[in-house]
Design a protein around this ligand. Sequence first.
Ligand code: BES
Ligand code: ZN
Ligand code: ZN
Length: 500
Amino acid sequence: MDLRVKAGAFDANLAADALVVTVFEGDGLTGVSATVNEALGGQLERLMTSGDFSGTLDESLTLYPGEGLGVRRVILVGVGPAAAFKADPLRRAAAVGAQRARKLKASEVVFIPEAHEAAELNLTQAAQVITEGVLLGLYRYHGQKSDEAPAADLTTLTLLGEAVAELEQGLKAGEAFALGTLFARDLKNLPPNICTPEYMAQRAVAMAGEVGLRVTVLEKHQMAALKMGALLAVAQGSDATPRFIVLEHRPDEADKLDTLVLVGKGVTFDTGGYSLKSRDGMIGMKGDMGGGAAVLGAMRIVAALDMPLHVVGLVPASDNMISEKAYRPQEVITASNGKTIEIISTDAEGRLLLADALVYAQRYNPAAVVNIATLTGSIVGALGHAAAGLFGNDDHVREALLSAAASSDELLWHMPIYPEYAQALESDTADFKNSAGKGGGGAGVAASFLSNFVAFPWAHVDMAGMMSAQDQNGVPYIPGKGSTGYGARLLAEFVRQWSS
Ligand code: BES
Ligand code: ZN
Ligand code: ZN
C-alpha cells in the first residue's frame, strides 16, 4: 500500500474513493466533521438529530455525496464522547474506516488528521495512530491455504493537511509501528513445523538487513561454550536445534548513549515436555514465541525510526519437546551464571531460556532490561485478557513501561514479587527449583525465579493472556483470529520515551 501526505484542506474538489471522517458522540460537529457537514448541506447534522448516527465508538456509516463533491464516499466513524477521546478511539476509527473502505472495494482512502488539545494529542501523533489503525486493521493472515486468493486491498492511504512536515513524521512513525507489529503477528501465526528456531533466526536476519540492524545468531555449540545449561536443557528434546538471536541497534555515538536490552521468550512449540500439557492446553502453543516475536518487531521499529539509543534485542529460541533425549523432572541443571536449578516441571521452560538470556544481557552493562514472555497460565487467571502483568525491581523502569502502555494501548498492570514467592522456590538439592509445584501466585513465582538472574534495573512482562486475538474482544485494529502482535508497539514506545 502506498502511504502519502498531501498538502491541502478539504474542499468540494477533493477527489477520492473514500474520505473517512471521525465524529464525536453527543458533542456536536467540530473541525473536519463540521466542514464536511456543511459541504453535505447539513446531512450529518440531520443524521445525528434523527438518531440514525450517534458517533458511538466504532459505529460507522457510509454516505454518497453525489454531484457537487469530488469524494465518492464519506465514511463516518464514531469515536465516542469528546471527553473520553484519546489516541485509541482514533486508532480504532482508522481501522474501522479502512476496513469499510476495503469492503466497498475502494482503492484510495483519505484521512484529515486533527490535533486534539484536550486529549493531548498533537497532529503528528494523530497522523501516527491513524496510520497504525489503517495498517493494523487491514492485516490478514493467509496461512497455507492452497485455494484462497486474497481479495484486493486498498492501494493508497493519503493524509491530507497543511502541516506537511508534522503529517509526514506521524505517517513514518505509524508505518514503522505497524510494520513491526505485523512482523510479530506473521511469525506468531505460522505453524510450528515452519516457524522453528532456525526459521525465526532466518527471518530475524532478513529483517535486520532490511532495516539496518546488526545481527548475530548463536548456534548450539556457541551456547555450550557460554555454558547456557538452562536453555540447552530445554532444547535437547527436539531435533530442531535452538538459536540465540542477537539484534543490535547502534546509532552514531552509541557508546555515549544508554543501552536498553529487550529479551523475548522464543519457545517455538511448548508441549510441556515430560510434564506434558493436556491436548487442549497444547493448542495455542505455537504462539509461545510471542515474546520473542514482540522483541523482533520492536527492534524493527527502533531501527526504522533510528531511535537515539543503543538497543539490543535477545531472543532465545527453542522447542520444548518430548523424546529420549528430553530433560526430565528432578534433573539439576546449571545456568550460565553458575546457579543450579532443580527441575520440578519441564513445562516451566520459558524461565529457563530467559535465565540464560538475562545473564547474557549483563555484558552490555544495560541501563535497563525488559523481558517479555508468554510465561504463565497464572497471569491469565489474575488479569484475564485485559492486560499483561508487569513485574520488576526498579520504579523508574516500571513507570516508563506503564507510560508506554498508556500511549500504545498495549496495557500492563503492576504485580508484586513477594519474598514468599522466593521461599516457594527453595530447593533441597539445588540453588532453586524452577517451579513451586503447588501454592498459588504462579506468575509472581515465575517473576521471582527470573529475578535471580538480573543485576540491573529490570522489568518482566508476562503476556500469556495477550497473545491470542480471539481474546481481545472486538478491538477493530486487532484481527478476530490468530495473533495480536502484542508487545512490539509497547516495547518500541518504551524505547522511544526513554530516548526523549
Ligand atoms: N507457555 C506456558 C504458559 C502459557 C499458558 C502461555 C497458557 C499461554 C497460555 C508456560 O511455559 C507454562 O507452561 N507455564 C506453566 C508453569 C508451571 C508449570 C509452573 C503454567 O503456567 O502452567
Ligand atoms: Zn511450558
Ligand atoms: Zn511456554
